[in-house]
Structure formats: structure tokens, C-alpha cells
Design a binder for this molecule. Structure first.
Ligand SMILES: [Cu+2]
Length: 142
């Protein structure tokens, strides 16, 4: 009986270890119109871990170039710039959404029909996570 009571404590401790990963949800990939092989990735990322996590790499077998981008407004003109890394504080979350943070996909190596899924690996020091991104057209409202 004593051992059974200790089990949840063990898992709680394990969840807070260095192997803890952020959680990605609502991942979509919006393909730019015109067949230029470009797309933007949007999702929500939560850090349930007991320490900060750093995201500094994104990759996908469906694209030759993948990077973390941020859209910023400079003198009223919105521009995209590459973001070498982003840090999520303990318990924090970030939204990758149009007009802000996004994953920039370029040079698609295969067709990307709407509704299909593309694996994307996000990673940082000490963690790596592969998520299925659902392909949407850039014009779709959701
Ligand atoms: Cu971009």
C-alpha cells in the first residue's frame, strides 16, 4: 500500500526532470497561394516544466528550409525577421499566430494538399518534439 501511494510522487518528480518537454497544440500549416512552396506554421506552445525551455530549431522532411520567424511592425510596415531562439518561462505559453511568431517553411519538397499532415520537429537544448501540422490554405478562415 505504501508503494502505491509513492507512485504518483515518482511520476510528479519525473515530470519535473530535465526530460520535460513543452506541449504543442492546434498546429496548422498555411500554404501560401501560387504554389511557391512556402508556408507558415501556427500553433500554441505550453511549458509545463519546472524550468524555462528554449526553442531554437525547427525542421520538416517536407521542406528544405525551416526557420523561426517573427513579424514585426517597423514604421507601420510589417516585416518578417528570423528569430534565432525563443524562451518560454516555467509555466508560460506562447501563441504562434498570424502577424507575430510563426515557423517559416520554404522550398517544399513535395505536394501539400489541404487536409494532409506534415511532421514538424521542434527542438531546443535537451528536448525534441515531433508534431503533425494540418495543411490549410492561406485563405481559410480558421
Ligand atoms: Cu516568415
Amino acid at each position: 500500500m505504501k508503494n502505491l501511494l509513492l507512485l504518483p510522487l515518482f511520476f510528479a518528480a519525473f515530470g519535473a526532470s530535465a526530460a520535460c518537454k513543452p506541449v504543442v497544440s492546434d498546429a496548422v500549416l498555411r500554404v501560401a497561394p501560387g504554389g511557391m512552396g512556402m508556408a507558415a506554421g501556427y500553433f500554441r506552445i505550453d511549458n509545463p516544466c519546472s524550468s524555462a525551455v528554449v526553442l531554437n530549431r525547427a525542421a520538416s522532411p517536407a521542406f528544405r528550409s525551416v526557420s523561426i520567424h517573427q513579424t514585426v511592425s517597423v514604421d507601420g510596415v510589417s516585416r518578417m525577421r528570423a528569430l534565432p531562439s525563443m524562451t518560454l518561462a516555467r509555466g508560460d505559453r506562447a501563441l504562434f499566430a498570424p502577424g507575430g511568431l510563426h515557423i517559416m517553411f520554404m522550398q517544399a519538397s513535395r505536394a501539400l494538399p489541404v487536409g494532409s499532415r506534415v511532421p514538424v520537429t521542434l527542438s531546443g537544448p535537451g528536448w525534441s518534439l515531433t508534431t503533425s501540422f494540418v495543411v490549410r490554405s492561406a485563405a481559410s478562415p480558421d
